[in-house]
Write a new protein. Sequence first.
Lengths: 146, 146
Amino acid sequence: MDEPIYDAIKLENQLCFPLYACAKEIIRQYKPHLDELDLTYTQYILMMVLWEKKTQTVKELGQALYLDSGTLTPVLKKLEGKGYLTRSRSTQDERSLIVTVTEKGEALKERAVEVPRKMGECLALTSEEAGLLYGLLYKILGRLNR
Amino acid sequence: MDEPIYDAIKLENQLCFPLYACAKEIIRQYKPHLDELDLTYTQYILMMVLWEKKTQTVKELGQALYLDSGTLTPVLKKLEGKGYLTRSRSTQDERSLIVTVTEKGEALKERAVEVPRKMGECLALTSEEAGLLYGLLYKILGRLNR
DNA sequence: TGCAATTAAATTGTGTACAATCAAAGCAAA
DNA sequence: TTTGCTTTGATTGTACACAATTTAATTGCA
């Protein structure tokens, strides 16, 4: 009853599935730490971009995070409501919305630096393995990004 | 202005982010192929389990897919509506819901075998790299799974 | 110049994801 | 056997995620 023709559609032979499951499970591990900051994972990675760049358009945020305006608009409004960023139209190009981190948003960074340290332990990869995984993932992302 | 203290919360230094982005981007690549089968990615991986096991409880599906009943219940109802599976309570234990693939669901497998072949090309990894990635992902999943 | 094509966000609708809670069923110890 | 604990799915509420459409602004070109 073993039909090798069908091996290709066995869950255990997929590469996408462990990728999908792994991402979800790791994000679940983040939750208790991010709850302390009152941030979701999506809000957290968005703030990460702003901590580094201070000011970005929605388009730039979308490119950095692989998210579109349909996802970003409500997340940005939520973070604006929390006082971590401001949203305003560009005077050069009224179509562009400029997102800028506030002082309160900057201050959050001080508490957020603890999150990667707390998370680091749970992956259980050596630094070589982590580097290898990192390289493979960005190789795939680079290939898909066109 | 380079503050190495903050390097840990740069997006580019995260391992979870490329994992999350990669999973999403690959699932996006699946979409045109899965559209031909009128399946979403979640529906597709659920059917994958049923193609192999024929019959599973919701609990077993949840363990296989890393999903809970809050996600599975609506997906199962949708697939039941499409005629690909049936849902019925176990007579041994009325708490358990037994999910069984139908003939129509089995038939879908014949068309689904083409999907992995069509997808294989877009990853652009050698088989060594794919094996390495696979191993690393399951190592993480194994560690997180307790 | 004037208008068609393009671009940037926002909106709408569908489909997950998951925490928290609930209800029903089974189990277990006194 | 009855009460309390556990297990299993379903439900509810919140938060993405993205395709498709809409709106407003800008650009390109005849």
